[in-house]
Design a protein around this ligand. Structure first.
Ligand code: SIN
Ligand code: CO
Length: 382
């Protein structure tokens, strides 16, 4: 996490610490001109093109004749231009567009492990996704046109049954704001909201990851099932005859429970699980390998000349000697930690940084390059 105590225009002049203590998880914050003179990072046409791709998550939501409908992408055709009341949502735009990635990274005062993605919505006049709540924090940045947000702190979060999307049964707005390009609204988890486009508009949602403990627990047990080691097989050389053939004997139960209690979860297991889990690419993510293969020698020469950067889709985290990248983990020496932590934090290493990486790290970089996880990047003056 970028430790900064400076006042951020993005947070309406607050420092991240002030924002965390007063607003984060607590109450909404409206920031007028969070990004002054903001203009959309991609055109509506470029967004429509992304929505048509197989490796991009998108949804088309409409409210024609007072009837909610939702279609999952790829979205290859949109409603007629004259139609109102529809919204196109494109998830993970930061994975495909450098400018969108750079915008998301402005929110790195919040750790990468919590940052999810940049979703862009395009709505026709009157369009929206209905009154709802989200289970995670969100920053809603107005990118193009205007949107009216109505929000409320209601406790009643019951949903209308049988809907294709989450719509609150009893939405009661307490506040209302019209956002213009560059304005941003922060909402804590479970805060009811409804955003309606005034004319055509585009809104960027900077969303966060808040995995449920159940989801984490299930994945952890799955992870452990690959690593437990319980040699041997059940046997009962002392078996005696039983009057109750359907009863599970105490001796069988004791033997099996003694074996099961040998399964121990160590702190290391949990660290490795968490890092691999948090960096696991979403199922829609595909990496593109470079067109031409390269010898390790040529790779090293080019990396030393240009520097390297993580590709947009790469997730890299670390905890001490454990390095995690795209669902894989490595335990590295103290010396290699320095360069790998720097790569994860900056998301690039310049030519000077590269000059001090070990042969092992260079070898790993070459493999990551071949897998499309890492690219050459000339980063000047850094
Ligand atoms: C939208 O941009 O239309 C929806 C964003 C949200 O309500 O979370
Ligand atoms: Co929402």
């Amino acid at each position: 996490m970028k430790k900064t105590s400076s006042n951020l225009t993005l947070l309406g002049g607050l420092t991240p610490e002030q924002f965390f203590s007063e607003y984060w998880h607590k109450k909404p914050l409206l920031i007028r001109q969070a990004i002054p003179d903001f203009t959309p990072l991609l055109s509506a046409e470029e967004l429509f093109e992304l929505a048509g791709k197989d490796d991009v998550e998108s949804r088309l939501i409409s409210f024609f004749k007072r009837n909610w409908e939702m279609k999952n992408g790829p979205i290859l055709s949109l409603p007629l231009k004259e139609k109102k009341d529809w919204t196109l949502l494109v998830q993970g735009v930061n994975l495909h567009n450098k400018k969108a990635d750079a915008l998301l990274r402005q929110f790195r005062f919040i750790p990468d492990a919590r940052l999810d993605d940049l979703m862009i919505s395009y709505a026709k006049d009157g369009g929206g996704v209905g009154p709802h709540f989200d289970s995670y924090d969100v920053f809603l940045l107005q990118a193009h046109g205007q949107r009216r947000w109505r929000i409320g702190a209601q406790k009643d979060l019951s949903l209308i049954k049988g809907m294709p999307l989450k719509i609150l049964s009893n939405f009661k707005a307490e506040e209302e704001f019209v956002l213009n390009p560059g304005d941003m609204l922060y909402l804590p988890p479970h805060y009811a909201h409804d955003g309606i486009a005034i004319g055509d508009c585009m809104t960027y949602s900077i969303g966060f990851r808040a995995p449920s403990f159940q989801e984490i627990g299930e994945s952890f047990l799955q992870f452990m099932s690959d690593s437990i080691d319980l040699p041997g097989r059940y046997a009962d050389p002392e078996l005696t005859s039983s009057a109750n053939p359907a009863e599970i004997s105490q001796s069988m139960f004791s033997t099996i429970s003694a074996e099961l209690t040998k399964i121990k979860f160590t702190k290391d297991d949990m660290t490795i699980f968490l890092g691999e889990h948090l960096t696991e690419p979403k199922s829609s993510v595909f990496f593109t390998s470079p067109e031409k293969t390269i010898t390790p020698k040529k790779f090293a020469l080019s990396a030393q000349k240009n520097g390297v950067a993580l590709s947009l889709k790469t997730q890299m985290l670390y905890k001490g000697k454990n390095i995690f990248i795209n669902g894989e983990s490595f335990s590295v020496s103290k010396e290699d930690q320095l360069s790998l932590h720097k790569l994860a934090d900056q998301r690039y290493l310049n030519a000077k940084d590269i000059s001090s990486v070990s042969a092992d790290v260079m070898e790993a970089f070459c493999i990551w390059y071949e897998d499309g996880w890492l690219e050459f990047a000339r980063i000047e003056n850094k």
